[in-house]
Every structure is written in C-alpha cells, then in structure tokens.
Design a protein around this ligand. Sequence first.
Ligand code: AMP
Length: 373
Amino acid sequence: MIRPGQTIGIVGGGQLGRMFALAARRMGYRVHVLDPTPDCPAGQAADSQTTAAYDNLTAARDFAAGVDVVTFEFENVPSRTLAVIEQERPVRPSPFVLDMTRHRLREKTFLSENGFPVAPFRRVTDVYDLAAAIKDLGTPCVLKTAEFGYDGKGQSKIDSPDQAEAAWKALICPLGVLEGFVRFQKEISVIVARNDAGEARAFDPFENVHTHHILDTTICPARIAPELSERATELAKKIAEKIGLVGLLCVELFVVGDDLVVNELAPRPHNSGHLTGDACVTSQFEQHLRAVCGLPLGDTSLMRPAAMANLLGDLWANGDPKWENALADPTVKLHLYGKRSARPGRKMGHLNATGATADEACEAVRRARDALL
Ligand code: AMP
C-alpha cells in the first residue's frame, strides 16, 4: 500500500495528470511529474517536475528512483523508458496493459481472442493489403493508425475503394487496422477501477457526443435501458479483470440496437469521466489514486444527473472567453487546465453542470458554453 505522505510519479503532464495531481495532493500525497514541457498543466499542480524528453532514459531512471509508485496519464511512452522505470519502482497499470492498449492492433486482437465484441477488423501493412481488406469488409469502413492516434488523428473513413491510397497516406505509422463501419445509435463509455486485491467498481455509463472525432459533450446517466447499462458495466469489469488491471480503465462502446461493440480502451482517467468530479461521490481521479495506491475504492454513485462540455481552443479566437457569463448559472462549474496558448481543437478546459435530469444538465452546460462568446 502506498500511503498519504508518500510520492506518486506520473508520466505525462497534461490535463489528466493535472486533475490527478490535485486529487492526490488533497489526500496528502506528494506528486512528481515527468514531462518534456516546462510549466505543463500537471507540473503546475504537482510538487515537482522532471523536465525531460520521454526517451531520456537517465532522466526516467532518476524520476522513478525519486517516487514510490509510477502511473501514467497517456500511453505513448517508449517501451525502453517503461522498462527503465519498471526496474526502479512498481508501475500501475502494468506495462503489459499499457503496451496492449496503446496499440490498436494488439488491443483489438486481445479483445476478440478473449471473446469481447469488437467491429470486424483486418491488419494492413501496405496499400495492396488495404485493397484486399476493403474488399473483404466492404465499404464504408474506417482505417486507423495502429499507434500514436488520438482524437481521430491518423484515421480515415473509406466510402469507396478508390479512396484507399489517400487513406493509407494519412496514417501516422506504417501499420493500420481496417475496421468495418459500425452504424451505432449512441456512443457510451464505462470507467472502471480495480485494485490489486481484485476489488472492482464502475461508474454508471456516460453518454458521449463527438464533433470532428473530438469529445464534445458527456451526460450521465446515459439515456439507455437499465438492462443495457448493467451489461455495459459488467463488460467493462470483465475486461478489467481479464487484463489484470490495477488502476482505472475507460471502455468506449458503440450501442447498436441491443448490442454493445467495444471501440477502444484507455487505461487511465478519461475525458468522458470529467463530470465525476462535480457529480459523483468519488471523482475518477481519486478513484485512480485509490486503485494505484492499493487503498479501498470509493463509492461511484452519481449524486445528481450531470453533463460536461469541453472547451476547445477555438473559443479563444477573439480573446479570452467571458467566464462570468458561463458562471452566471450557479449550477455550472469551470475547470481550466493552465495551458498558455489556445489553438483550434486543443482541449483547454471543460464546464460541468448538474440538473434535475441529464437533459436539463446538458442544456445548462451548452447554454453556458455558448454564453462564453
Ligand atoms: P476512435 O479514435 O477510435 O475513438 O474514434 C473516434 C470516433 O470515430 C469514434 O468516437 C466514433 O465516433 C468514430 N468511429 C471510430 N471507429 C468507428 C467505426 N468502426 N465505425 C463507425 N464510427 C467509428
């Protein structure tokens, strides 16, 4: 067990690390961040930061030696760095989980081999492979980069075989996964925590709406049948158990009629769980901390229906947004990540709101975001 007063090392200095650091410090832990950017969002909220590139193995070793346990806020860490850190201190979730979930092909293969429902997929290594795979799966289909993709980057929808070459060129790494197109009615996610004693607790499913592949709004409870909600939660717990998770796992799912299809796994706090901080007994960040430290897990109950709206850099196009307009609604909470420059599409912060129903909360949070301009 890692006790309050001990030091948590977190690799990655973005907003997820920042909110995790705030939750950890509130409970009396010390937090040390590893990130190449000085004064990064998590570094601002932590006790200390090692400012070094992720492939700087000496810095990674020194960083690990100075903490009691290491966790991650993103998965794209070089394997050699992971190996060096693992030699020094316990890594939670395990390198196996990180290595599998950061690679779409390994992730999809693991899920399908273990009987979890995924869209049909094919491994593709060049345009000829791709042409054959398109023939196999039919159009439309979606080509995704096996590594380094996020928020729809390195991903293309293919509507006809003549788009294959352009889609191949848009890949980030020279290995792709072609997926059958899923005609879903809704996108939901389940965030589940598991500690090393095997105790698992999940939050109720979140209902997510994406715009241009980036999460736009989340509401909870999701507007799905209670039976489906229960099945989604059970599915996430089973995946967590199968991978031997210690920490937090977000399972992104498509709802297709009465069925669920797993889209993606993320072994860390997730954007769709940001409303837990203002609406649940335990936030996803505190839950991740409890799981990583071997503490009993917190109650995940939703205290009030809630909604979250992301604030992207586009909102800064004409200067600082008018925060006082959003906060004029007393149910609205503002979260900003301390990023110095706002670029279109960059996640700068989010708004949470609670209400009598999820729809009411969603209306409030959208109204507040519109009022920023
Ligand atoms: P991802 O990067 O895999 O999370 O995908 C980003 C978004 O693209 C998802 O949230 C979906 O809206 C959409 N998408 C991804 N894969 C598929 C698919 N196989 N069929 C239909 N839509 C998809």
